[in-house]
Design a protein around this ligand. Structure first.
Ligand SMILES: O=C(CO)[C@@H](O)[C@H](O)COP(=O)(O)O
Ligand SMILES: [Co+2]
Length: 222
């Protein structure tokens, strides 16, 4: 099963409710919400206050991508705001195992993101604790960047690690995903596809979701 997670970073922030209704109606599986602090990444986006407001208008699962330093200080706040899944950047966590346990103790799903330069074996001793690994296929901080092709090898290697340990860990890929590259990303082993610009910058976003999903699926799945 291949899942589509639209990133609202590329949506019209003056009309977020409308954007969310659109992705719900298009059958998207979760909403990817990029939280940036201007320290871990050179950009600032939204925080728990906005997420709490959005939680009131939709039941779609919230996939919160924390690009912030010291994420351990804010886990409970994001849970209270309505997070269903929290992903932290491995590079931002001094005590990664402890933060993973902190997220799990809230009952939320837990993911760990790897920057393009971070090797997959960074996760060797925590992989069995995770629901998801997020392979960043751009340097985090901005939407609309180009997919870094080296990410494909990381996806393949992670898939092999997961299968070798017989784990049920999903591979999410985030950054520069579009209609032209989603199939090769899927074939490398990705399960969940984050797409911002490819959906929200399209003149027909509902159609864009449909095409992305079809392209991510194998012949037999279609
Ligand atoms: O986390 C990030 C960027 O740091 C992403 O979630 C982007 O928002 C994806 O946007 P596109 O590359 O699809 O435009
Ligand atoms: Co993201």
């Amino acid at each position: 099963m291949k899942l589509i997670a639209p990133s609202i970073l590329a949506a019209d922030f003056a009309n977020l409710n409308k954007s969310i209704k659109m992705v719900e109606e298009a059958g998207c599986d979760m909403l990817h919400i990029d939280v940036m602090d201007g320290r871990f990444v050179p950009n600032i986006t939204i925080g728990p206050v906005v997420i709490e407001s959005l939680r009131k208008v939709t039941g779609i699962p919230f996939d919160i991508h924390l690009m912030i330093v010291e994420p351990e200080k804010y886990i409970e706040t994001f849970i209270e705001a309505g997070a269903d899944m929290i992903t932290v950047q491995a590079e931002a966590c001094v005590h990664l195992d402890r933060i993973i346990q902190q997220i799990k103790s809230t009952g939320a799903k837990v993911g760990v993101a790897l920057n393009p330069s971070t090797p997959e074996h960074m996760l060797e001793y925590v992989l069995d604790q995770l629901d998801m690994v997020l392979v960043m296929s751009v340097n985090p901080g901005f939407g609309g960047q180009e997919f870094i092709n080296g990410s494909l090898r990381k996806i393949t290697n992670l898939k092999a690690m997961i299968e070798q340990k017989s784990l049920n860990v999903k591979i999410q890929v985030d950054g520069g995903i579009n209609q032209n590259n989603i199939n090769k990303i899927s074939q490398a082993g990705a399960d969940i596809f984050v797409a911002g610009s490819a959906i929200f910058n399209s003149t027909k976003p509902t159609e864009a979701v449909k095409h992305l999903r079809a392209a991510a699926m194998s012949e037999e799945e279609r």
